[in-house]
Design a protein around this ligand. Structure first.
Ligand code: NCD
Length: 313
């Protein structure tokens, strides 16, 4: 087995990892998922995950906690800033320095781009970026890619539509950067005001076959294997009137499914508002809750690799 590229490493951007690294973690996720609870419970024994979420979270925080518990470790952290010294004005730098003293790995979500890179410079222990502004959310992309691999049995050769708020959705950026390691067709579907930011398009152009659409019309629908839906990121709009203009632009429902490939996988990082009809939930195409479940497994493997040089006995 090649050397573990995740041991003691910061997970700030998915761009820091090669295709071999991505495959290494997908294999590790399969392995860790199959371990007996007693073996799995050795991988994080006596270790602590420290977290701080400056923005709301359900899945990311809970899946990291559940993952750490499954490895026999514990989690300590702050998700309600009002009950922490952040409320008194403590800086991000001081907060990170202190969490660093109490834990072996730190999970950070913060509204500013660059926040995780900055935290990684300050902390001795590795930082995991759990969302930095509208910049990146690398572990979400890892679990998104793992979900595609599990559900479609491959990533190379897939045709993927990414739809919704492509301007502010940080999961979109990490996913696009991660997908540059593969041979995939990408259809970007968004209102003109919410297209992928130009500097990122320049970065991925040439590495990905990209077509941009304003409508989820047939070209972006009938041939795709995966439809990755995102929420319009209301909290990132400088002007809420602009949000009102684009909210509810897309809705995936049974009519959409009828025009798509019968085995299309509908993915969503969640939370979902009204962009996927609840009528889709019971179809075989709905993959979003499975995706959240793969998230726990992938994060368990990631933590195991970060905390242990070798996870096979
Ligand atoms: C996403 C996020 O925080 O970027 N949530 C998540 O971690 N699954 C997506 C979103 O908030 O829309």
């Amino acid at each position: 087995m090649p050397a573990n590229p995740f041991h003691d490493r910061d997970i700030v951007s998915i761009k820091d990892f090669s295709k071999d690294d991505l495959e290494f973690i997908f294999d590790a996720t399969d392995k860790v998922s199959q371990l007996r609870p007693s073996q799995r419970g050795e991988l994080g024994k006596g270790r602590a995950l420290g977290y701080i979420f400056y923005e709301p979270s359900t899945r990311t925080r809970m899946s990291f906690e559940a993952a750490m518990a499954s490895l026999g470790g514990s989690s300590i952290g702050i998700s309600d800033l009002k009950s922490s010294s952040v409320e008194k004005g403590e800086s991000l730098a001081d907060t990170i320095r202190v969490i660093d003293l109490y834990s072996d790995v730190i999970v950070l979500r913060h509204p500013m781009d660059g926040s995780s890179r900055y935290a990684a410079e300050l902390s001795q222990n590795p930082i995991i970026n759990a969302g930095s502004g509208s910049e990146e959310h690398p572990t979400q992309a890892l679990l998104d890619l793992y979900t595609m691999l599990k559900e479609k049995k491959k990533i190379d050769g897939l045709s993927i539509a990414i739809i919704g708020d492509l301007k502010y959705g940080r999961t979109v950026y990490s996913l696009l950067y991660g997908l540059t390691n593969y041979d995939v067709d990408i259809h970007l579907v968004s209102p003109p005001s919410l297209q992928v930011r130009k500097e990122s398009i320049y970065e991925v152009q040439g590495k990905l076959k990209i077509t941009e659409h304003a409508e989820l019309e047939d070209g972006a629908l009938s041939d795709v294997d995966v439809i990755y839906v995102t929420r319009i990121q209301r909290e990132r709009f400088p002007d809420l009137q602009e949000y009102e203009k684009v909210r509810g632009t897309y809705m995936i429902d049974e009519k959409t499914l009828a025009k798509a490939k019968p085995d299309v996988s509908i993915m969503h990082p969640l939370p979902r508002l009204d962009e996927i009809s609840q009528n889709v939930d019971h179809t075989k195409n709905a993959t979003y809750f499975k995706q959240a479940s793969y998230g726990k497994e992938l994060r368990a493997a990631l933590l195991a690799l970060m905390l242990n040089e070798n996870i096979t006995h």
